[in-house]
Structures are given as structure tokens and as C-alpha cells.
Design a protein around this ligand. Sequence first.
Ligand SMILES: Cc1ncc(C[n+]2csc(CCOP(=O)(O)OP(=O)(O)O)c2C)c(N)n1
Ligand code: SF4
Ligand SMILES: [Mg+2]
Length: 286
Amino acid sequence: MEIALYKVEAKATWCPGCGDFAVLRALQIALASLELNPKDVVIVSGIGCSSNLPGFLNSYGFHGLHGRAVPVASGIKLANHDLNVIIAGGDGDGYGIGLGHFIHAMRRNLDITYVVMNNQVYGLTTGQAAPTSEKGMLTKSTPQGVLEGPVNPIALALVSGATFVARGFSGDADHLAKLTEDGIKHKGFSLIDIMSPCVTYNRQNTYQWFRERVYRLEEDNHDVLNMDQALKRSREWEDRIPLGIFYKDTKPTYESGEQVLKDMPLVHQPIDRTVELVKELIQDFT
Ligand SMILES: Cc1ncc(C[n+]2csc(CCOP(=O)(O)OP(=O)(O)O)c2C)c(N)n1
Ligand code: SF4
Ligand SMILES: [Mg+2]
């Protein structure tokens, strides 16, 4: 399918140079390459600069509350598991306020793709420290430097049961588009943590900073089926930062084990509860 099919008239409102442009483009390329009809795709987000993404792409979309994209996406997937459900959001949204939801979705292995635009800062609220900000980083909310160490989303995803765990970089567009396509194709929960520089509020982790450090796992003899190797690589950060797929596994999805979804998606099932039956049920609880 043509990439134009996934474009909308509205122009993305991000700052010029923001890493999120590359993420949007990667998603459009991946959807076109997988020939997914926009009507079969739902993109769910929370709140943040990154979470504005569903408005810039032609598909169904849900722009929800800060940190609550994962439960909304889980509900959509369980209501209609024929849909391709993608979550798009920021590091603050997913690894801060939404962290609990993130872990539970991974251990359930719902067939959802989670694209996190990780800029290591709160962009929308003008530059406060985020859970992924590096120790010592000077931000508006930490004038003397961040005191605590950052969340490691890759390591967390690995130990929480995600069955596809990858890292992309907005400065490596083709690689990012391929990772996004692989993540959507994967049957199960896929996390793609994307280093997506905020050119306005993060002057530390810039495109240049990443370019000096990133390397591709697939070019460095990495075995994506080996959890121990994946965990070891997930701890690399200071001098060398791995990009690509850390780990892949095949496990039954949550939806496939749910008896009520065996025959067809919930939304297509007949509603055989009459008003009277519902009234009786309510009576039982009053
Ligand atoms: C419940 C709630 N708490 C706080 C906020 C304020 N808020 C909006 S966006 C945001 C952080 C956004 O950071 P991130 O998710 O990393 O997105 P970015 O803007 O960096 O892309 C915060 C704290 C909110 N909208 N709702
Ligand atoms: S503030 Fe940062 S994250 Fe937000 S649009 Fe601008 S560059 Fe992107
Ligand atoms: Mg952020």
C-alpha cells in the first residue's frame, strides 16, 4: 500500500528536528509495507508531545489520559482482537505514571505493539526530569542534577515477559522502520523503545551524542533467542548503546487463552442478554 494512505491533512505540531517525526514516518512505512488497512489499525496514546501522534496518522486513534494508554489499548484488543493495536507515547507516560500498566501488559503477553518515544525528559510540560533522565542531568525540576538512577525499560521488559524487545533510534530511520514492522508483525507484546531526541529540552542526549555510541545488535553477533545475552546487552549504556532486537520469543497470547474469544471477537458476538435479564442481575446486587 502507498504511504500516502496513512497521512492526514493535519501537520505534526512538534518542534523542528524533534525525534518524533522519524517515529511517525517509521510507523507509516511499516503499516504500508504490512499492507494494513487504516480501518484495521488503532493507535492509542496518553498525554505528552509524543502522545499527540495518533492525530497525525490516518487510522483509528484514541488520545487518552496521561499514563493510561496501556489499559485502554488492552480493552480495545480484548473487545476486538482482529484489530492491530499500537500504543504510542512517551517515557514519562509509559515508564513513570503508567509503569504498573506496562509491566502487567507484558506479563499477559497481549498482542499489542508499544512504541515509546523515549527522549529522557518531560517535553510537553517544558523540560522536567523523567524516569529515564540520566543521573546528574540538569533539568528545570532538578537544578542540582537528577539524584536517582534511570529506569531501564529494556531490562524491565525482558524480565516482565515481553516476547519482542527492541530499541530504535530516530537518527537511524530505515532501521527504525524495519524494527517497527517486525514489532507489529510479532504475535505477542512487543516493546520498541526509541531514542527520540527532544531538541528543545534535552541538550545532553542529542542526535550527536547517540551517533557516537550506537551500534546494531544484528551486526555484533547477538542471539535474539538467548535471554542471558539479551539481559547483558540491556545493561550496556555509557559508551556503547545497542540498537535492534534484544530478544524474541514465541508464547501464547493472552487473547488466545481466553475461552470467550475462541469463536469470534467480542464485538461480533450476539448480545443475548435481554433487558429483563440485566434487570435481574442488577437486582441481585441491590
Ligand atoms: C495525571 C496527570 N499528571 C500529570 C500531567 C502533566 N503531564 C502532561 S504530559 C507529562 C509528561 C510528558 O512526558 P512524556 O510522556 O515523556 O512525553 P513527551 O512530552 O516527552 O513526549 C506530564 C507530567 C497530566 N497531564 N496528567
Ligand atoms: S518539546 Fe521536545 S519532545 Fe516536545 S515537540 Fe519539542 S522537541 Fe519534541
Ligand atoms: Mg518524554
